[in-house]
Design a protein around this ligand. Structure first.
Ligand code: GLN
Ligand code: ZN
Length: 761
């Protein structure tokens, strides 16, 4: 292939086609296997990744994109940013310390164990990284030679790779440095990076990929200076080592002028998220090698190859280019060929990491040898595009007519909150400080066993239904017994809060092996929204109505909200996200109305992913928040004043979105507050949030049973800031990951705490 056109991969999935890494990690953590076994599995996965990429025509193969847990954590270990509490005293970082940073340590010696690093979302993806923690006197040194070792490991196997490093500026900006600007640590950090680059160069590396995805964010001059300093230092230290600077997930925006001026040999452009950067092919400095991210690394749709060629061919000219996915393929499943159960029509529209490499190879061949050489591949791509856009499975005129007829009145409750509140008070007759939970009860091994037996056909529908009915009945009886004012049915029938609904909606497809890393050894299989979404039949009415029939207390119906349904799926790329969300909202609206008709006086519509939908740049926030609020309203406004709408969000920062939370106008919102000791309420207090709030008083992330007094104190804090009638008493989140042995005493204590509050009023 002509050397002007190469095929690059910015990174591949680490988990293995059959989730081999998860199995190896969990067995190691459980003490069933030793470090050697884990290390061998990891090396095997790396070798397989390199082989797979080469066999698919990738010519620029990455190394050091692998991680046992997380690449940001790897970077912290590489530079020796290991907080004191992990007891590291220099030298090699053992696996035990590495995993303690990732997962915490429950040592006997230290009361309460050692807390893991915090975890948070990687930009706007569903991948979570371990947040670097910097001490005020943080120093850095080269502690792990992983990048060099993996480069050499590949070399021995016959692969000349381009090592990937998380860039120093993004690394610092992602970290937490109590009370100071993390960028002030750059001078101390750069020498470590320089040493890594020197060693890579000495080992024979010709290129290194430095990821600075912070370039997709709004950056100030200090960050620009930091990028200049860093790249200048690299150029000085390892002049022979070429740097491919990679940013993704959005355009450079206001960072563009700075970027184009940096002393690097190559620049990666995410042309999927930022097609407006295409003119850079003409405008970027001539000698710069451009990596063109033309295949979506974040989504699973087949690329329209002819369209890509039409767009690129007039622009590339004599420039050296690499054809690449828009970002690391970490975010997509590995191989579509493993999917044997997908509807063949839908499967024909998809490409996972392996198929994406094929697409890139096709593009490169078309450039090097002409389109005729790849005529078959182009014809297949054209055919897939045509059938997808024309398919009756994708286009449902009834759905389109319905979304087109949505008006503002459908997106808000007819009466103001004050009126609804009185109507609901009268109907529900709840005491002050009413108690409830967030929805799920423990998913015990019996529940999971029954579900998997039923899925495999080993348990009949009748037996499974009887089992679920029994679980619900026991949960309802127990809630009555301990005095929960607004019980829930417990969600025993649900495998997952998105999948359960997606499986019952038209327009959704599910994979068998389409796992994507969420964090560490936790992988998810996001549903695929391929077509117009509608609800062929009620989804939750049967179990909610059954639960309500067992008690006179008001049962709370339980749904996953439209934004969360969207956010945790692979979403079609031929419609605006807002429009897809509207379709889901309408389907949920029907469900809400049906639940009301079935006698449910309260319905909770969970939106835990509401905040994470926020775009990377502030300028884009308002547009998102507008349609997100509108869709929540659309889903929940079809009911009478007497029906109480709840929502739930399991986090934290509300300050910058509190007006939108207000505009959602749920009658009750439950939020996570117990870990922050009610500080999170501040946003609601200063906004004078007018509706009811359930600030979580029980931290469900810990097996600990909170004593009554502790919950009373939290509620007292809340009562200093809110009116007593506004306050609900509930845990932070659903209880599905806890055991009944923890949940029973904790909820007993919670009810006792509510009673004490009532007695004191
Ligand atoms: N109703 C869901 C549950 O209790 C909410 C889960 C969530 O917020 N992530 O499990
Ligand atoms: Zn939650």
């Amino acid at each position: 292939m002509s050397s002007n056109f190469s095929v690059a991969s910015l990174g591949t999935p680490r988990i293995g086609p059959r989730r081999e890494l998860k199995a190896a990690l969990e067995s190691y953590w459980a003490g069933r296997s030793d470090a050697t076994a884990l290390t061998e599995t990891a090396a095997g996965l790396r070798a397989a990744n390199w082989a797979r990429q080469r066999s698919r025509g990738v010519t620029v193969i990455p190394s050091n994109d692998f991680s046992l847990y997380d690449h940001v954590l790897d970077t912290s270990v590489m530079v020796g940013a290991i907080p004191e509490r992990f007891g590291w005293s220099g030298g090699r970082v053992e696996l035990e310390t590495y995993f303690a940073m990732a997962r915490g340590r429950e040592g006997q010696a230290v009361a309460g164990g050692v807390a893991a690093l915090e975890m948070t979302k990687w930009f706007d993806t569903n991948y979570h990284y371990m947040v670097p923690e910097f001490a005020p006197d943080q120093s850095f040194s080269l502690v792990s030679e992983k990048p060099i070792a993996e480069y050499l490991e590949a070399k021995v196997l016959g692969y000349e790779t381009r090592p990937v490093l998380l860039g120093p500026v993004t690394y610092l900006l992602l970290g937490k440095a109590a009370g100071m600007d993390p960028l002030t640590l750059l001078p101390g950090l750069l020498p470590v990076y320089e040493e890594v680059l020197r060693r890579l160069a000495a080992a024979g590396a010709q290129w290194v990929q430095i990821d600075e995805p912070c370039l997709a964010l709004d950056l100030d001059v200090r960050a620009h200076d930091a990028l200049r300093q860093a790249t200048a230092a690299f150029a000085r230290t390892a002049p022979g080592l070429k740097v491919m600077l990679a940013s993704y997930f959005g355009p450079f925006g206001g960072n563009e002028a700075t970027v184009l001026d940096l002393p690097v040999a190559g620049l990666h452009l995410d042309l999927v998220r930022a097609p407006e950067q295409l003119p850079l092919l003409r405008e970027a400095p001539r000698g710069l090698t451009l990596s063109l991210g033309v295949v979506d690394g974040r989504n699973i749709w087949r690329t329209d190859l002819s369209a890509v060629l039409d767009r690129l061919m007039p622009l590339v000219g004599a420039r050296k280019v690499e054809f690449a996915p828009s970002c690391s393929m970490l975010h997509v499943p590995i191989d579509l060929d493993l999917e044997t159960d997908l509807d063949p029509d839908v499967a024909a529209w998809l490409a996972f990491s392996v198929q994406k490499m094929d697409e890139l190879a096709t593009i490169a061949t078309a450039f090097a040898k002409g389109r005729e050489r790849v005529a078959d591949a182009l014809a297949a791509s054209n055919q897939a595009v045509r059938t997808r856009y024309a398919s009756a499975k994708v286009n449902d005129p009834a759905v389109r007519r319905r979304t087109a007829s949505v008006d503002a009145a459908m997106c808000r409750r007819p009466s103001p909150f004050e009126v609804r509140r009185r109507a609901q008070q009268e109907r529900l007759g709840l005491p002050l400080y009413p108690t409830t939970t967030i929805g799920s009860f423990p998913q015990t091994s019996e529940v999971r066993k029954a579900r998997s037996a039923h899925a495999k056909g080993a348990m009949s529908d009748v037996d499974y239904d009887a089992f679920i009915a029994g679980e619900i009945e026991a949960a309802v009886r127990w809630q009555e017994e301990i005095g929960i004012d607004m019980p829930v049915h417990g969600e025993f029938e649900r495998n997952d809060m998105v999948q359960y609904f997606g499986e019952q909606l038209a327009g959704y497809a599910f994979t068998r092996h389409g796992w994507v890393q969420s964090y560490g050894s936790r992988y998810v299989r996001p549903p695929i929204i391929f077509g117009d979404v509608s609800r062929p039949a009620p989804m939750t009415v049967r179990w909610s109505a059954h639960a309500q029939s067992l008690t006179r207390r008001p049962m709370k119906g339980m749904l996953t909200g439209p934004v969360t349904m969207l956010q945790w799926s692979f979403v079609r790329d031929d419609l605006p996200r807002a429009e897809v969300c509207r379709q889901i909202a309408l389907a949920l609206r029907d469900e809400v109305v049906d639940l009301e008709a079935a006698g449910l006086a309260a319905i909770q519509v969970d939106e835990p992913a509401f905040r994470e939908g926020l775009p990377l740049r502030k300028a884009d926030w308002a547009a998102y928040l507008d349609w997100a609020v509108e869709c929540f309203g659309l889903a929940t406004s079809g009911v009478a004043d007497t029906t109480q709408i709840h929502t739930h969000m399991c986090y934290s920062e509300f300050n910058d979105i509190i007006e939108s939370i207000g505009a959602m106008d749920a009658d009750v919102i439950s939020i996570e507050t117990s870990r922050s000791r009610m500080e999170l309420l501040e946003a609601f207090v200063s906004y004078r949030y007018p509706n009811e709030i359930g600030p979580g008083v029980y931290d469900i992330h810990s097996p600990r049973v909170p004593p009554v007094g502790e919950m009373v104190r939290l509620l007292q804090k809340a009562a200093q800031r809110l009116a007593p009638w506004q306050i609900w008493v509930n845990p932070d989140c659903g209880l599905k990951t806890r055991r009944w042995e923890e949940v029973r005493p904790a909820l007993l204590n919670m009810v006792a705490a509510a009673r004490r509050m009532r007695a004191a009023t």
